[in-house]
Design a protein around this ligand. Sequence first.
Ligand code: ZN
Length: 246
Amino acid sequence: MKITRYKKVQKYLKFYYNNFGFHQPYQVLIDGTFCFSAFKEHIAIREQLTKYLNGNVKLLTTRCIIKETEKIAKKTHGALTILKQFGIHECGHKEPVSGSQCILSMVGKKNDKHYILATQDRDLQEKMRLKAGVPLLYLHNKSPTLEKPSPASYGKAGQSLEANSSIFISPTQNEALKNMKKSLGIEEKDETKKIIVKEKKQKNPNPLSCKKKKTKQGNKQNDKKDKVFEGRVKKRKKSKHKNTLP
Ligand SMILES: [Zn+2]
C-alpha cells in the first residue's frame, strides 16, 4: 500500500474518532453490492480491510441483505457465500426489506453504532453523504477505499467544536470580548492606513504625467542636471581612487 493512501485513511479514521467516537474494532456493515464486486475482483475482504484500516475489523451484515442477495444473485452464488461468513446484526425487520432500506434504518439518524458502510450502491452512498458521521467504504480499482468525510460530516464536526468552545470561553467572556474589540480596533486602523497609502500612491502618477507634458526647455534642463550629476560622480570616483591608493 502506498504511503499517501495509508496516511489518508488514518487521517479520516482519526476524524471519525475525534468527532463521532469511532473506535476499534471497526464495525463494517457490508451489503450485497460490495460482496459482489469483491467476489468479481477476487478480493479477500477481511484480509484487505484489516490491512487497509490498520486495525481490527468486525464484518457485519443483516438478514435483509442476505435475503435480498439470495433473490438477486442466483448467478453470483459466490457473493452470497462471502456474505454468509459475516456476523449478523439484528435489524428488527420481521418482514425482510430491501438491502438499502435495511441499511438506512440500521444507520438511523446519527449512526450511533458507528458503522462503516461498505457498499457499491451509488444511490445509497448519496443518501449516506447527507448524514453526518457515516464513513463510506467501496472498491475502487480493485482496492478498498475509504471516502473523504462528507461536507455534512465536516459541518457537524464544526458545529460541535463551536458549541464546545463557547462553553469554555464563557467564564472569561469579558476578557475575550475586550481582546476582540482591541483586535477589531487594530484592524480598523490598519485598514485606514492602507487606504491612505493607496490614495498617496494614486496621487503620485499625476506629477509624473505633468513632466511628460512639459516643453522641450524642461527636458534640456533635465539633461544639464544629469550631466552635472555625472561629472560629480566621476570626480568622486577619482577621489576615491586617490584615497584608496597607497
Ligand atoms: Zn433489515
